[in-house]
Design a protein around this ligand. Structure first.
Ligand SMILES: N[C@@H](CCC(=O)N[C@@H](CS)C(=O)NCC(=O)O)C(=O)O
Length: 216
């Protein structure tokens, strides 16, 4: 069977999460980097495969999957050497799922904080408040815990950390996750626990720096 094909855009946070999972699982994938999503994801052929016309999008030999979390769950379930990132045990998996669904809302809140910057717009004060509320919730979830779901690192940690660190795309918003002590410690624990995650964060921060300089 041919390796799966993963369609991505380099600016996309959900794609960053899936790329990390691919790296951690050490999966061979054919990565297709798209530049103009509105054109490339909206051809009749692509719309038939991916009606949502969003990236990341996975084609695993005719199985078409959109939604970053669903792609990550599938890749780990099908290709990972063990189930630690996405446990087969139903109770353990339920905790991971809960956090992944929680992240869908959390990321939507953070998107409203970093996206306006790329459209030259100010962030709405009410959106800052909603993002803060999300960070406070996450900080509570991490109280007394090393990881977000269970006793070891799971997809939930990488997915939520990806959303949280996306806030670094707009430092002018003043929203700093490191002001929340449980989140700060957890992010640093995650970085020191996996060199692939640490490498990706280093590349991401270099990318953010480039964007900052180009906006000056
Ligand atoms: N919930 C989706 C969100 C994906 C998403 O928003 N993708 C954006 C890029 S970051 C996209 O493809 N936008 C193009 C479009 O919506 O037509 C996921 O987690 O995969």
């Amino acid at each position: 069977m041919a390796p799966p094909t993963l369609y991505i855009h380099m600016m996309s946070p959900p794609c960053r999460f899936v790329r990390l999972v691919v790296a951690i699982v050490e999966l061979e994938v054919n990565v297709v980097v798209l530049k103009e999503l509105s054109k490339e994801m909206q051809t009749p052929e692509m719309l038939e495969k991916f009606p949502q016309h969003q990236v990341p999008a996975l084609d695993d030999n005719g199985l078409y999957i959109s939604e970053s979390r669903a792609i990550a769950m599938y890749l780990v379930s099908k290709y990972a050497k063990d189930d630690s990132l996405y446990p087969k045990d139903v109770s353990k998996r339920a905790l991971v799922d809960q956090r992944l669904f929680f992240d869908q809302d959390l990321y939507a809140r953070f998107l409203k904080v970093f996206l306006p910057k790329f459209h030259g717009k100010e962030v709405e004060a009410s959106d800052i408040e909603k993002a803060k509320d999300g960070l406070e919730t996450l900080n509570r979830m991490l109280d007394g815990k090393q990881w977000l779901a269970g006793d070891s690192v799971t997809l939930a940690d990488y997915c939520v950390a990806n959303s949280v660190t996306s806030l670094e795309l707009n430092p002018e918003s003043g929203l700093d996750p490191n002001k929340y002590s449980n989140i700060k410690q957890w992010l640093s624990r995650l970085e020191s626990s996996n060199s692939k995650y640490a490498d990706q964060m280093e590349a991401f921060r270099a990318f953010v720096k480039q964007i900052q300089q180009s906006k000056k």
